[in-house]
Ligand binder design. Sequence first.
Ligand SMILES: [Cu+2]
Length: 173
Amino acid sequence: MALRRRHHASLLLCAVLASLVAGSTAGVYHIVGAGKGWRMPPNKTYYDDWARSKHISVGDKLMFLYRSGVHNIVEVPSRILFDACSMRNITNRYQNGPTIIELTKPGQRYYFCGIGEHCEVGQKLAINVSNVAAPQPPDDKDDDDDDAASSHRLFVHPARLAAACLVYALLFC
Ligand SMILES: [Cu+2]
């Protein structure tokens, strides 16, 4: 019984890692808020500033790093609801951190934290999803720490991990 449960856990882990790898070829992962993750920010424009520095397009993924129960993510359909931190008309709610959201459509998206007064102090993110992908960074240019490139670099490691996990799955699952 215990063995069977472990079996399930490892299969699940394999599936998650495999999907991370499969996904990483399709778009760019954006870690929302960079090093701060998803939390009450040091200032009200923190996530605005973060979003402004990014080119986010269809197929990209937003990764919200937070602890379940401490923060969550709600999505609302309009700027008015977003500005008011209003949960009157939520289109999506995510509460198990970390959360990865794949952006499948172009246009404006509005997210904020629905816990306490977190939204009021600036834990909110409005983005514009473009249907044009960011240009690929050329290989022969000096490495100026392009955002897209660094996002990809972050995922080299899980890719290797997943490869190892797939081998494990083939042998033991
Ligand atoms: Cu919060």
